[in-house]
Design a protein around this ligand. Sequence first.
Ligand code: MGD
Ligand code: MGD
Ligand code: MO
Length: 763
Amino acid sequence: MANDMFIGKKSKAAGGWGALKSCGKQLLETRKPLAGAMTMLKANQPDGFDCPGCAWGDPNHGSSFEFCENGVKAVAWEATKLRVPPEFFAKNSVSQLRTWSDYDLEHQGRLTNPMRYNAATDHYEPVTWQAAFDEIGATLRGLDPDQVEFYTSGRASNEAAFLYQTFVRLYGTNNFPDCSNMCHEASGVALTDAIGIGKGTVLLEDFEKADAIFVFGQNPGTNHPRMLADLRKATERGAQVVVFNTLKEKGLVRFADPQKKLEMLVGGSEPTSTMYFQPRLGGDMAAARGMAKIVFAADEAARAAGRAPIIDDAFLTEHTDGLDDWRALVEATPWTVIEEQSGLTQADLTRAAEVYMTSNATIATWAMGITQHRHSVQTIREISNFMFLRGNIGREGAGLCPVRGHSNVQGDRTVGINEKAPKALLDAMERELGVPMPRTPGHNVLEAIGAMLAGTAKVFVGLGGNFARATPDSALIAQAMDKLDMTVHVATKLNHCHLLPGKVGFVFPCLGRTEIDRNSLGVRQIVTVEDSMSMVHGSGGINLPASAELKSEVAIVAGLAKATVGSAVVDWDAMADDNDKIRELMSRVLPGFHDYNTRVRVPRGFWLRNPASEREFRTPTAKANFGTFDLPGQTEWQMRADTADTFVLQTMRSHDQYNTTVYAMNDRYRGVYGEREVVFINPADMEGLAVASGDRVTIVTQSTDGIERRIAGFRVVPYDIPRGCLAGYYPELNALVPYNSFGDRSFTPTSKSVLVKVTRDAA
Ligand SMILES: Nc1nc2c(c(=O)[nH]1)N[C@H]1C(S)=C(S)[C@@H](COP(=O)(O)OP(=O)(O)OC[C@H]3O[C@@H](n4cnc5c(=O)[nH]c(N)nc54)[C@H](O)[C@@H]3O)O[C@H]1N2
Ligand SMILES: Nc1nc2c(c(=O)[nH]1)N[C@H]1C(S)=C(S)[C@@H](COP(=O)(O)OP(=O)(O)OC[C@H]3O[C@@H](n4cnc5c(=O)[nH]c(N)nc54)[C@H](O)[C@@H]3O)O[C@H]1N2
Ligand SMILES: [Mo]
């Protein structure tokens, strides 16, 4: 049985599962509630398990589970023995639970039963799956489909996401707000215009061949720990790793490879970067422009002296469009502006540019430090422009690499979670299903919030995630959710979003990726996911389900669909019972998914071809396009008043959290223990504010819309961060992020540049 190839084989690879075990043991010793994870750690190493931690590629997928400390946390978090049964909800009203912390809610353990919120008692009460589906179906049938918001979080498998978009489009809307709207949306928008596809162009193997790797606005030590091993290998073989990060992040300075000695648990031992620059928040576009300016000047000098040119004339002529306009703009941009916005000197940028100019193969990676600003799309275009200059795309060891967040956020987009679905997808769906698909674009996250606030959205359905805590302006979002007639959440653990149920709320407990999913014939099911390098592979669970009542995400989506749109077009029961059937449908609709069921069952799965990585640019010009954009008139850093108390704040992740899930209260690499209500600040700025280490402060957003956004009692932590810049943790700081401040064309909340005022709290 093909499905069974994913279980029961012992790994011969070193490190891998054995090391995971010891790593897990350490974790479990310090964290009793996770003791249940041992069951899983004792299990045989399964072939083909996709870590729910992050979207970094896995070189040995299918033969060993490449792990990292934070991957273990993600797995252990799901494998807890603790349960949230109906009695828990009988004991605690929703109003009471709202006063709990994010940490306390999720630490109660796994949800076990479908629950329905009864406004009369203010409690969630048990409900049968069928009664719940029927009630939701009846409600949805009574609404205009555009009055419903269908959210997706990026852990959902390709199968669940594809079935969900099929259901929602048959129902009649493109309202697909999803977590990528808050995440890498700017990368998708910018890369589509620049290279004709909104995805990265590198494979994991390219990291072994690059001469230089530029890492912009990303903290892999915490968020993509397996990437550190690749960076360390790169520096070990003499490649340059050039980091641009506002904070001095420990993992980007040195790193110990857990595959070797579990050194990672005690801190780094080999360099991960060779140069480290700390731009001001929002200063990366200026930094990239400064480097380009240096490259152009050096190229001109080389040609004048009769030396080999520095820019790649052949590539630029044959494959790109718009160089001259951009070059003119770069040359016209004064160094004073570049230095002021980036906070880096011409000398700094010259050192970085020299690395670029002497490297024959360069990779640029980036994440949220680039994508969560107003000018994120422009910044990614500037980075792409810079990379084009030496033809760093579409060849070995070179390329553009947005490092994705959730383990399947890229896959969800590929299979149709997109409020602005490509015409080709809708055409293919129509052809396959024989019924018209909705053609008007739907709501992204911000539009969904707008519709909820306006009262035009009536129902919210969440396939995973924690919409209420992941979105900005927490207080406003709570008001928006409260107005809803109905909420439906598919989840593994209880979170704050579930405590904003509207008039009627449902919480559906689902199987996690670590759990064995058997169909009615007892056949184990696998799901599939796509990583940051466009590799698509299978993943099968290894643990017994947390409760006999759990359903797979696929089965829950099918249940909702059947009750809402009926089974005339799609046989939902058949889909719910056999993921192969869903994959058969996908293979007929999605380009590149032929023989899907076979190709996901080989080690590493298969690569979804990216034409840009072979220099085939599917843009209107059929070339890679230079983007010519002015630098921001002012970055938020520049907008600060000329007083010692105004700052620009970024909101980011600690080492012990997964987005809104707080595993523990520590942030080891940054030296913070037992608390999260902190704000990192430059010691010189502490003097200006007359605060000492440990003092508490109040932070108020400099709002332009009259809404007061304030948090108090946050402890200042002196840190290596540029003056005028602050950093702290999300979701606690989301109360300060205005929902109406977002990126140009990406509509991503500007979570990395919030203009704030800080005052010292009375002792
Ligand atoms: N363990 C763990 N893994 C995760 C996650 C998690 O929460 N926990 N989340 C997942 C998800 S959904 C995502 S999107 C990714 C997120 O991965 P990251 O993007 O690494 O996440 P953040 O914690 O937001 O870190 C942002 C980094 O950018 C830097 N930065 C901020 N602003 C600027 C700027 O203007 N310029 C520059 N150059 N640097 C800047 C910050 O100092 C910080 O190091 O990780 C994924 N993986
Ligand atoms: N201020 C600020 N805000 C941000 C960010 C930031 O950097 N700063 N980052 C943004 C980014 S990059 C992202 S991606 C979003 C994240 O937004 P979301 O994806 O909405 O949030 P998560 O915290 O990842 O969701 C956690 C919940 O998912 C559920 N869950 C976990 N595993 C599963 C599963 O297998 N199936 C199902 N159905 N549910 C599951 C659990 O109930 C858990 O409580 O937040 C964004 N918000
Ligand atoms: Mo993300």
